[in-house]
Design a protein around this ligand. Structure first.
Ligand code: SF4
Length: 238
């Protein structure tokens, strides 16, 4: 699975000359999660991430190219307990998985990717309310004052997410990246749109669209994304 590899490279490139804190995953450090989402009222909020007009980015990339070799959390920008006002926010997940078998069964591989994308909707860290946006590539979070007082931080929340991803099967390693620097969040917005386009193209392919690239509205995506044409047309026809 190489479809997201360029986006993974571009994401890491955007962090290459920035100060990034790396924390190795330790399941014991995971922040307590609830069974379901909770509602945090504004009067109980300690901080809002990605809201109040601040940019927000969220996307998930799947790869089998050996780009993630350990479970880890990367943090770029101010961590939760030091945030003093509402801020920009990005949470990006890169999943190194087992072979998804897309050469044999595209539908099964695509379903596996969707299932992994949906994991994000089943993680409910206590005192950390994720607000669903109409645009899937955004994520807004409200964190309660009580959670901040009890020591919540991105490393602990990240560990909660990684724990859930590793329960989903197929996942070898997870890199989860939290960013609160506005300039980087804004720079990553196009990547989120490209992930959406890849998902839309995969959906169209599975809907049985014709294999005529010359008359296909998805051509700009397939020209740019390595492996997309092979996925649709098979290796010999590309
Ligand atoms: S491979 Fe060609 S026909 Fe298939 S989705 Fe891409 S551009 Fe369209």
């Amino acid at each position: 699975m190489k479809l997201y590899d360029n986006l993974i490279d571009s994401t890491m490139e955007s962090l290459s000359d920035r100060e990034v804190v790396r924390v190795a995953y330790d399941s014991v450090r995971a922040w307590k999660c609830l069974e379901d989402s909770e509602f945090i009222m504004q009067r109980d909020a300690g901080t809002d991430l990605g809201g109040s007009g601040n940019p927000s980015v969220n996307y998930t990339c799947v790869t089998t190219s050996g780009k993630v070799t350990e479970d880890e959390i990367l943090i770029c920008g101010t961590d939760i307990r030091k945030i003093e006002k509402d801020t920009a926010f990005a949470r990006i997940v890169i999943l190194e998985t087992e072979d998804l078998g897309e050469d044999v069964d595209q539908e099964k591989a695509f379903q596996a990717i969707r299932n992994l994308e949906f994991v994000r909707y089943h993680v409910f860290p206590e005192g950390y309310m994720v607000r669903v946006s109409s645009q899937s590539n955004q994520e807004q979070v409200r964190i309660s004052r009580d959670a901040i007082r009890r020591g919540i931080d991105f490393a602990k929340v990240g560990a909660s997410y990684i724990k859930k991803y590793k329960e989903a099967g197929l996942v070898r390693h997870v890199r989860i990246i939290f960013i609160t620097r506005k300039d980087i969040v804004e720079a990553l917005l196009p990547n989120a749109n490209k992930v959406d386009l890849i998902t839309k193209t995969l959906t169209h392919i599975l809907d049985g669209m014709p294999t005529d690239c010359g008359h296909c509205s998805m051509k700009p995506v397939c020209d740019e994304v390595e492996g997309m044409k092979e996925l649709h047309l098979g290796k010999r026809r590309v």
